[in-house]
Write a protein of this length. Sequence first.
Length: 226
Amino acid sequence: MKRVALISDFDGTISRRDVGHHFFGTFIPDRARWLEILQQWRLGLISSRECLEGEFALVRADQEDLDTFIGNEVLDPYFKDFVDFCERRSSGILITSDGLDYYVDRLLMRFGLGYLEFKANRLVVADGALGAIEFPYYNLMECTRCGNCKRFHLEKLKREGFTTVYIGNGYSDRCPAEHADVVLAKGELLDHCRAQGIAHIPFENFRDVERELTDRFILHSGKFSL
Ligand SMILES: [Zn+2]
């Protein structure tokens, strides 16, 4: 029996809304240019990295604006229970985000989950200003779609012998979902899985995820196993 590794997207999957997208939507005055960049990204003409860099260059906000914005965002109401459920079964959860570490970290902290491991692009903040975005995981899989290629983190767990379960909802989840052993999908990712014939389990929230994992996985020695 193989151990199971759970990997989850953050924006719109763990957080109720896509925090990064709504932040840019609120603080980019040049809406026409912003929508143009998003369209290029959705068509696959530019990577998530180029998209983020383009959006970031248009943002007119400082750290205080971002902190206030984050203060109004919330997580899936069932996510904390889901983390407890995983911990009772000695299974960790790795969060992968093609958004920014700053708001992932602060939101997890606010909900008492600051200890969870996550991989994201890095927002550099200095003297109250939003300085730059760094991409520590860019192009590690020779992938031109992503900024932080979630597939890189997934493949690493596969090499360590885990069966991988990927949970996500959007464009940046296509890359890992095409390589995960089990996919739980909602939103745009669900449409993509249906269109591409990728085997998947639909879900709406983490209560559904918990139920699906309970139903489909054998609990072996207190741990998930296939
Ligand atoms: Zn990728």
